[in-house]
Design a protein around this ligand. Structure first.
Ligand code: ADP
Ligand code: MG
Length: 257
């Protein structure tokens, strides 16, 4: 990368050219340490090189403690890396202050968690409108129309005015999917989105994410422990001890040894 950059020379658009425009994520040597500069400094991510193209549908797999959630937090712009470079939607995050980072997060990324994290005091449609409300600071008719359309797409139009507590676990996760898509972000980061669901409901939720990927071109990076679901993604990236590998490559390494 460094060689190519020096060949390309200074360029305000970062890596420039077609390649970077088609990438939603570009990581080069991303590191993360906790308790930096203290005696208990621990490096969790040891230099991750990874690209994700717009529209990709990829699984992030790997054993517990391998750094999947840490990586997702960094990709989600909730924490900054302690080394290496990260571009999200062509923006080098090192050049952005915290306010710009928050803006980039709100407009570029959607999040789905294992537990839905819906706000209990608000109805389903209000929860779906929340990201747009935070970005725009006011409710408008277009926001409401998109939220209703999204709830319809996840099969919950009739539940728009219900509170989360009145919905089943699968329905709550459908609302969370609709919410993640409120701002029509080019990338959704999902941390074990089906981890809390029975296999039938998990299949439904997975199918919904796949539909949005196909129909809207939304890229997904999905942390999952479910090999059935990982097998149905276009690509599998495996985390192992703070390094990322193409899963197929690890499989070859394992079977050759
Ligand atoms: N805030 C933190 N401070 C120190 N260590 C952490 C922190 N968050 C996570 N870790 C450590 O980082 C490692 C990777 O954790 P995590 O990213 O949650 O893995 P995974 O999601 O793959 O199970 C674990 O050893 C965990 O204890
Ligand atoms: Mg985790």
């Amino acid at each position: 990368m460094a060689d190519r950059d020096s060949l390309v020379g200074p360029d305000s658009s970062g890596h420039g050219g077609l390649e970077s425009r088609s990438l939603i994520l570009h990581l080069a040597g991303v590191r993360k340490s906790y308790n930096l500069g203290t005696p208990i400094e621990t490096e969790i991510l040891h230099g991750i090189d990874l690209t994700l193209a717009r529209g990709e549908f990829a699984a992030l797999i790997g054993p517990s403690g391998s750094g999947k959630s840490t990586l997702l937090h960094i990709l989600g712009l909730l924490e900054r890396p302690t080394g290496g470079s990260l571009e999200v939607a062509g923006q080098d995050i090192a050049t952005l202050d915290d306010a710009r980072l928050t803006e980039l997060r709100g407009r570029t990324l959607g999040f789905i968690f294992q537990f839905h994290h819906l706000l209990p005091g608000f109805s389903a449609i209000e929860n779906v409108m929340m990201p747009t409300l935070i970005d725009r600071g006011r409710v408008d008719a277009e926001m409401r129309a998109r939220a209703l359309w999204l709830l319809d797409r996840v099969g919950l139009k009739d539940a728009a005015d219900k509170r989360p507590s009145a919905l089943s676990g699968g329905m709550q996760q459908r609302v969370a999917i609709a919410r993640s898509l409120a701002m029509n972000p080019p990338l959704i980061l999902a941390d074990e989105p089906t981890g809390n669901l029975d296999t039938h409901t998990a299949d439904d939720i997975f199918a919904l994410m796949r539909d949005f990927n196909k129909d809207e071109g939304t890229a997904f990076l999905i942390v999952t422990h479910d090999p059935r679901l990982a097998g149905r993604c276009d690509r599998r990236i495996e985390m192992l001890d703070g390094y990322a590998h193409p899963a197929e490559q690890l499989f070859v390494l394992a079977t050759n040894n």
